[in-house]
Write a protein that binds this ligand. Structure first.
Ligand code: KG4
Ligand code: ZN
Length: 337
């Protein structure tokens, strides 16, 4: 079965073709980062309009890359939520229109389910059950993943998401949008240990997180040491060290508490090099296997939506062509397959 995946939840138009036996055939992405950078963040209306401009040419390009025809597609999976309502509607309505024309079914996919399952696209995928550290721009969660749709929340952030903390801190340090990659790059030039920031909730005894206090601590440091360039790098370093340590300690605690020996890291912050290095090192010492998606599949993409859709469509005999979007949508509302 050939599934076309469409992702338009935020500022990336992602398209992919996933084949049940042959795997991922092709994928294409258009990032709106340059367009939103001017405004210091995503402008929802501009995002929707750009998805409209890009989506059909990207679908054509993906079909061509996969050396197949649109008529070969058996089903369409689109991101139904959570995300920006207008942006989601572009993907959902294009999916529905194409499905009518091709007389094939559509399926709305939960964006976070896409992220959670994205490491399964790799060559040596983790077996169920595993623990997932989901670290994106909007979410920071530890989940126990027993199968497709079998998600138990173990802990989550009580305020800012990890990616959001990266983005806000980057802004404080005068770096552009999106802040995560820029801050991480600056941190690599910083001196380790010059500044020490708090590790929020590291000893809370549960698996929850809190990152909003870190930006206040950064602000205080930045005010004291600005505008010195070296200090900015040292502050970025201290921030990254704090956030990476908390994520590492809590993720490994979740693995220890549940007894599962497999940890999956997914979502945009999973692209962070220091997080990967520290987590992999600590996990190895404890005999835990860590799985990551490819860097390009950490941030938003169509491949994870095509893949997650394909897993559900295998078990679902649907001819549904209605479509709707959900700007807010909890993962634990999903049905297991
Ligand atoms: O998963 P994602 O692409 O979108 C959401 O679903 O939210 O995650 C985007 C987030 C942004 O906050 C971005 O700054 C962060 O991931 N990010 C990073 C890195 N690359 C992306 N944060 C830290 N280090 C990175 N290398
Ligand atoms: Zn995402």
């Amino acid at each position: 079965m050939l599934t076309l995946g469409i992702e338009t939840s935020c500022d990336e138009t992602g398209i992919a073709l996933y084949h049940g036996e042959r795997g991922l055939l092709a994928h294409a992405l258009h990032s709106q980062v340059a367009m939103h950078a001017e405004y210091g963040g995503v402008v929802p209306e501009l995002a929707s309009r750009d998805h409209i401009r890009r989506i059909v040419p990207l679908i054509r390009e993906t079909v061509k890359m996969a050396a197949c025809e649109l008529s070969d597609v058996d089903a369409i999976a689109y991101t139904q939520g959570p995300g920006l309502a207008g942006a989601l509607l572009v993907g959902a309505s294009v999916a529905a229109a194409l499905a009518y024309a091709l007389n094939i079914p559509t399926l709305g996919v939960h964006h976070l389910e896409g992220h959670l399952l994205s490491p399964l696209l790799e060559e040596n995928p983790p077996a169920f059950t595993f623990i997932a550290l989901l670290v994106s721009g909007g979410h920071t969660q530890l989940m126990e993943v027993g199968g497709v749709g079998r998600y138990a929340l173990l802990g989550e952030t009580l305020d800012d998401a990890a990616g959001e903390a990266f983005d806000k801190t980057a802004k404080l340090l005068g770096l552009g949008y999106p802040g995560g990659p820029a801050l991480s790059k600056l941190a690599e030039q910083g001196t380790p240990g010059r500044f020490k920031l708090p590790r929020p909730m590291i000893n809370s005894g549960d698996l929850n997180f809190s990152f909003s206090g870190l930006k206040t601590a950064v602000l205080t440091l930045a005010r004291k040491h600005a505008p010195d360039e070296a200090s900015r790098a040292d502050i970025a370093r201290a921030f990254q060290e704090a956030i990476v340590e908390v994520l590492t300690v809590k993720a490994l605690a979740a693995v220890q508490q549940t007894g599962h020996r497999r940890l999956v890291v997914a979502g945009g912050v999973g692209a962070n090099r220091q997080l990967r290095a520290q987590l992999s090192g600590a996990a190895q010492r404890q005999g835990i296997d860590v799985y990551y998606p490819k860097l390009e599949f950490c941030t938003d993409n169509g491949a994870m939506i095509a893949f997650a859709g394909a897993q559900r469509l295998r078990h679902l005999n649907t001819q549904d062509r209605r479509f709707n979007v959900r700007a807010r949508w909890e993962l634990n509302q999903l049905e297991a397959v």
